[in-house]
Design a protein around this ligand. Structure first.
Ligand SMILES: Cc1cc2nc3c(=O)[nH]c(=O)nc-3n(C[C@H](O)[C@H](O)[C@H](O)COP(=O)(O)O)c2cc1C
Length: 205
């Protein structure tokens, strides 16, 4: 970390391992742009950042047998889901970017979270036990529906709501959510959007 960066982040003592999960298949899309700014900002201050694009993962869909809940292992065998779960376990913080698809997160990202449920929370006779406690999280979404309707009508907000559900029961501490509406009218983020992304990283200490 440079002296200037250290001055900007006086609370920051250690280098963080950050995992970015990008649910957008569009490399130049709005979600990818937001995540790329966050990655650059985190790397500038010395954090180690890895990005996984969920659409590139080879993952079979969950068959709902719930064997993993008791055995701690999925009956479908090895695929990319276990690798991503391990990356989440090794990370200090995760940033999840999910464009709004039908007021929700994209299907392949949902398939990932379904397949690794046993590594995120454990069933107990009373309340589910979160297995990612102590890790911080930032949530990002984008939708064509403009503000404030992206929020009011659960468009980008629907994707964020779905991610909140997963993060809450997994034990992640959500420190910031970012929602960009009206994406049909922009190809690039505005300076204000970029600043919001950088500020979100500044909260990750
Ligand atoms: C399959 C699909 C479903 C979508 N559903 C919605 C929706 O319900 N509401 C909405 O506002 N935008 C919807 N969109 C538009 C995307 O949210 C929007 O284009 C967003 O900017 C995509 O993110 P990206 O630019 O990061 O790829 C949908 C797009 C696709 C491809």
């Amino acid at each position: 970390m440079t002296n200037a960066t250290a001055a900007k982040y006086p609370q920051k003592v250690n280098t963080m391992n950050i995992l970015i999960l990008n649910g957008s298949p569009r490399k130049q899309g709005i979600t990818s742009q937001m995540l790329a700014i966050m990655q650059t900002e985190a790397e500038k201050r010395g954090d180690k950042v890895e990005t996984v694009t969920t659409n590139t993962l080879k993952i079979k869909p969950c068959i709902g047998c719930k064997v993993c809940r008791t055995k701690g292992k999925c009956v479908l065998g090895e695929d990319d889901s276990q690798r991503v779960l391990q990356m989440m376990q090794n990370a200090d913080a995760i940033i999840i970017g999910a464009p709004c698809y039908w007021g929700n997160i994209p299907g392949q990202m949902k398939v990932l979270f379904d397949r690794i449920v046993y590594g995120l929370m454990r069933d107990t006779p009373r309340f589910p036990e979160p297995l990612m406690k102590g890790k911080k999280c930032i949530l990002v979404s984008a939708s064509t529906t403009p503000w404030p309707f992206n929020i009011l009508f659960n468009q980008s907000h629907g994707a964020i709501r779905a991610l909140r559900e997963i993060c809450h029961y997994s034990g992640f501490k959500i420190i910031k959510t970012l929602e960009r509406g009206n994406t049909a009218n922009i190809t690039e983020l505005t300076e204000k959007d970029k600043q919001k992304c950088k500020k979100a990283i500044a909260k990750l200490v």
